[in-house]
Design a protein around this ligand. Structure first.
Ligand code: LLP
Length: 384
């Protein structure tokens, strides 16, 4: 039976819901900021990981900028009080209205992923008599050794400009009047649990930078993206990810040139461990070969196990009886609505409270209304 949760209070709330540990979020933010400050690095929180308005407000108050991938995220960041000059805007498919929003708000930078996108940003900026600051998102062709659905830096991925096309896009860029190159952007993938691919990224960027220097180009801003993984198996042993060794890899492998600013876009590592999905057991069903724990939460509330075969630690908050083997499933009418197979849980019964841990990143934000379900509500530890 876990005691880190206010189980008595949970009993009074309608399940399923998200529960955020505000203290852990603040601690994580403080560690990330102070480790980044050691090297003068700039942090932009990846809004896609969790855009709950209060989560955003807390992150903004800790001094972060915002990394957005849609007009909606730019609006959410602005509403949470992020300064426009600390907002970066990435994404392979920026619609005209989204680019116009970024121009109207004077965001810090557009991370550009293709020549046609660059041309559209230039034309829309020209129509407003503005100069758009752009960074080129380069596909560094570094293998992140993570799940194929969340690998982004390989040659066959849709993201970024391939290394062999960089010369062409630079020629194009310097022929345009309403875009100004201010940097380079990279992101190799998410949930990286080894640091070695980040070292390979540093090597790649160093080589690239040396090549550009030969063209007389000095890169003012380098953005290394996000990707630092979290410990899904042992959230209580590692509640705060290893920001110290993460930033040190970059410090040791990427010497900053005079006047250069280094940026990062952490998402999961900031919000992952502070959030849990809290659910109730509707039924324990004895199949002929399996026992199923049927929860009132399904992939509509947490899609990661169904989409990426991700595993989240599952805890019974109401029972400390002898362990039995269960499949833990949701109520959605699809066989993929399964959180875990053949796991050990204390003997479980109808009404028990269940926590799905490490669900703060890509949990609430990826919820859907499939089967006409209601979107989950969220509670915060300091407001319960
Ligand atoms: N920057 C860019 C350009 C990105 O594409 C991403 C994530 C990030 C930053 C933040 O990465 P993080 O620090 O969170 O690893 N829904 C998937 C993860 C998708 C990640 C997409 N890009 C999941 O639940 O595992």
């Amino acid at each position: 039976m876990k005691t880190i949760f206010p189980t008595a209070k949970f009993q009074q709330l309608r399940t399923p819901f998200y529960y955020y540990d505000t203290e852990l979020l603040n601690k994580t933010l403080q560690v990330a900021q102070s480790e980044a400050n050691n090297y003068g690095y700039h942090l932009h929180y990846a809004v896609k990981a969790n855009a709950n308005p209060r989560v955003l407000a807390i992150i903004r108050a800790a001094g972060f900028g915002a990394d957005c991938v849609s007009g909606g995220e730019i609006q959410a960041a602005l509403e949470a009080g992020f300064a426009a000059d600390k907002i970066v805007f990435a994404g392979v498919g920026k619609a005209d209205w989204e680019i116009n929003l970024g121009l109207d708000k004077d965001i810090f930078c557009f991370n550009v992923e293709s020549i046609p996108e660059l041309q559209v940003i230039d034309a829309l900026a020209a129509a407003k008599g503005k100069m758009a600051r752009v960074a080129l998102r380069i596909n560094p062709e570094v293998d992140a050794h993570t799940h194929t659905h969340i690998t982004t830096g390989k040659k066959e991925n849709k993201f970024g400009i391939n290394l062999d096309q960089l010369g062409d896009i630079l020629d194009e860029l310097f022929g345009l009047n309403n875009v100004r190159l201010i940097g380079l952007h990279f992101h190799i993938g998410s949930q990286l649990t080894e640091l070695e691919p980040f070292q390979a990224l540093c090597e790649r960027v160093k080589t690239l930078q040396a090549g550009l220097a030969k063209r007389g180009l000095h890169i003012e801003n380098i953005n290394f993206g996000g990707g630092l993984g979290i410990d899904y198996d042992h959230p209580d042993a590692h509640p705060v990810p290893g920001f110290g060794s993460y930033f040190k890899i970059f410090h040791d492998n990427f010497p900053v040139t005079a006047g250069q600013r280094i940026h990062f876009e952490p998402g999961r590592s900031i919000v992952g461990q502070c959030g849990s999905l809290i659910s109730k057991v509707l039924y324990v069903k004895e199949g002929s070969v399996k026992q199923f724990v049927i929860l009132d939460a399904g992939f509509t509330e947490l899609i990661r196990p169904a989409l990426y075969q991700a595993s989240h630690l599952i805890e019974n908050l109401s029972s400390d009886k002898k362990a039995e083997t269960y499949d833990v499933v949701g109520p959605i009418c699809e066989s993929s609505d399964c959180f875990a197979k053949d796991i050990q849980l204390p003997q479980t019964q109808r009404g028990d409270l269940i926590a799905l841990r490490s669900a703060g990143a890509y949990g609430e934000i990826m919820a859907s209304q499939y089967n006409c379900r209601q979107l989950p509500v969220a509670y915060f530890s300091d407001l319960l």
